[in-house]
Every structure is written in structure tokens, then in C-alpha cells.
Design a protein around this ligand. Structure first.
Ligand SMILES: Cc1cc2nc3c(=O)[nH]c(=O)nc-3n(C[C@H](O)[C@H](O)[C@H](O)COP(=O)(O)OP(=O)(O)OC[C@H]3O[C@@H](n4cnc5c(N)ncnc54)[C@H](O)[C@@H]3O)c2cc1C
Length: 254
């Protein structure tokens, strides 16, 4: 059981919950978060130094209950689980869509400490939804913003902006987390340019440790084989951006 130290509003719908206890995790790894009496669900680690941090979009019962927790409340944490991001090369393009910035923020911070240059595209629906822009600038990343409604930066989707950033320089690798249509668009760009890519996927998870099969995608488990997959796996995933399993194991559209 971890003890809540504080909650911070990051955007109008995204919060960060910090805990007194720390946890050593590689950027991209996740924990299973148990809100007693409500639900258990997976969340990426967004801070591991100076106390675990989780940055979450407030959606349904589980995350609403998490948002109601205050300093001193106790939450169950299992993990860290899964495979995180690995640094490849000296110039990286990192692309985050919405809450997908949560696992990428610590990755950017780690990458810059390895003398790696990072161009970061943060995509959001509107300017008030942009997550961790100042955190990434402080870390030393070159930040590019896209908003669907044009209220800040490039007007349009993050994939369009990412393509123009790629055209303006020579990059070694692409990293991404966000909606699967965005990941698929980036995968096609990575394939056409012969660039390696790593992307973090989300699937419904129950056990988080490779037993229940809830998070299966084309024969792999997102919890143990991922959640970060390389372009070698991603390009074999016929289900990417098409179908996923729901909480009852039924195949449904993404
Ligand atoms: C590896 C991984 C890392 C994640 N990291 C983050 C993160 O850092 N920040 C963040 O905001 N979200 C993250 N998610 C998504 C997060 O788990 C769900 O948004 C959350 O469980 C919603 O719960 P809810 O009860 O509030 O919403 P609900 O109303 O119950 O569900 C809303 C949506 O969330 C998804 N969801 C619900 N329960 C689960 C579950 N047990 N497993 C997977 N997806 C579920 C479903 O797609 C559902 O449609 C991650 C998911 C995975 C698989």
C-alpha cells in the first residue's frame, strides 16, 4: 500500500498523483493501481524519483475515485511491470498524443542525460490539454506543439507535424505513445524512412503479469511483451488501430 502525498492538476482533465513511497522503474513501465472498493487498472509511471507519480486522465469510476484521494490516503500499487523504452541513437523524435505524454516525459528526461538530442511533438485536442510542455523544455527537449483546433502551434494532427520535423533533420529513431491511429500513422512513416520505432500500447488488463490473456494483441501480451514494442512487432500487429479485446474478452473496434 502506498500513501498519497499530493494531487496536481496538469490540464483540465489530467491529474498527477504522487506518493510518499518511491519505486525504481524504467520509463515506459507501468504499475497496477488498486483503488480499494472500486477497481484495479494499469497506469504508466510518470515520476519515479522522489516518490512514485502517476499522471492520469479522469474518465470513469476508477480514475474518478483516484482523483478523490487526498494526502494520507492509501492506494495499492503492484509493479513495476512490462518492458519500457530503450534509447537507440543520438537524435530522437518523440511523439506524444494526449495522456500518452505520461510515460514519455520521464523517457525524455532520461534520454537528455545520455547526451541524446530530443525533438518532442506534443499533440492535443486544444491548447489547454497540452501535457508536460514546460517539464520537457526544462529537461532540454526541443518541443513542437500541435493542436487539432489550432489554438496553439501547428493546426492539425501530431503525425503531420512529426513528418515535417523528420523532413527537417536526420533522426535515428522514433518513440511514441498515444491514440492507435496516431501510432499506425507514425509506423507507416517509420517504415517508409527505414527508421526504428518504439511505441507504447494500451490494452484492457486484469492481471498485468501475463496470465489472464486480456491484453493479447496478435498473440503477444501487452503486459509482459510490451507495453513498449519495437517496429518489428508493431508491423506484424494486424489488430493495431483496428480491434481490441474489451473487459469480457470480446473483440471490439479500437
Ligand atoms: C500499460 C498501460 C498504461 C496506461 N497508462 C496510463 C496513463 O499513464 N495515464 C492514463 O490516463 N491512462 C493510462 N492507461 C489507461 C488506463 O488504464 C485507463 O484509462 C483506466 O483504466 C480507466 O479507468 P476508469 O475506471 O476511470 O474508466 P472506465 O470508464 O472504466 O474506462 C475508460 C476506458 O479506459 C480503459 N480501461 C478501463 N479499465 C482498464 C483496464 N483495466 N486496463 C486497460 N484499460 C482500461 C478502457 O479502454 C475504457 O474504455 C494505461 C493503460 C495501459 C494498458
Amino acid at each position: 500500500m502506498f500513501t498519497v502525498s499530493k494531487q496536481t492538476d496538469e490540464t483540465s482533465s489530467i491529474k498527477t498523483i504522487r506518493f510518499k513511497e518511491g519505486l525504481a522503474a524504467t520509463p515506459g513501465q507501468f504499475v497496477m493501481v488498486w483503488v480499494p472498493g472500486v477497481d484495479e487498472f494499469p497506469m504508466s509511471v510518470s515520476y519515479s524519483a522522489n516518490g512514485l507519480g502517476i499522471t492520469y486522465q479522469v474518465l470513469g469510476d476508477g480514475t474518478k475515485a483516484l482523483a478523490s484521494k487526498v494526502q494520507g490516503d492509501r492506494i495499492g500499487i503492484r509493479g513495476p511491470y512490462g518492458k519500457g523504452f530503450a534509447i537507440h541513437g543520438k537524435r530522437l523524435l518523440v511523439v506524444a498524443g494526449g495522456a500518452g505524454m505520461a510515460p514519455l516525459a520521464p523517457f525524455v528526461e532520461e534520454a537528455v542525460t545520455h547526451k541524446t538530442s530530443v525533438d518532442l511533438v506534443i499533440g492535443a485536442r486544444t491548447s489547454s490539454n497540452i501535457l508536460f510542455e514546460s517539464r520537457a523544455i526544462k529537461a532540454g527537449a526541443k518541443v513542437h506543439i500541435s493542436t487539432d483546433d489550432g489554438t496553439k502551434g501547428f493546426k492539425g494532427l501530431a503525425v503531420g507535424l512529426a513528418e515535417s520535423v523528420l523532413t527537417g533533420g536526420k533522426f535515428d529513431s522514433i518513440y511514441a505513445c498515444g491514440p492507435e491511429k496516431m501510432l499506425l500513422g507514425l509506423l507507416r512513416i517509420a517504415e517508409s524512412r527505414g527508421l526504428p520505432m518504439q511505441a507504447s500500447l494500451e490494452r484492457f488488463m486484469k492481471c498485468g503479469i501475463g496470465i489472464c490473456d486480456s491484453c493479447a494483441i496478435d498473440g503477444k501480451h501487452v503486459c509482459t511483451d510490451g507495453p513498449v514494442f519495437s517496429e518489428r512487432d508493431l508491423s506484424t500487429f494486424g489488430e493495431l488501430a483496428k480491434t481490441k479485446l474489451d473487459m469480457c474478452g470480446r473483440k471490439v473496434p479500437v
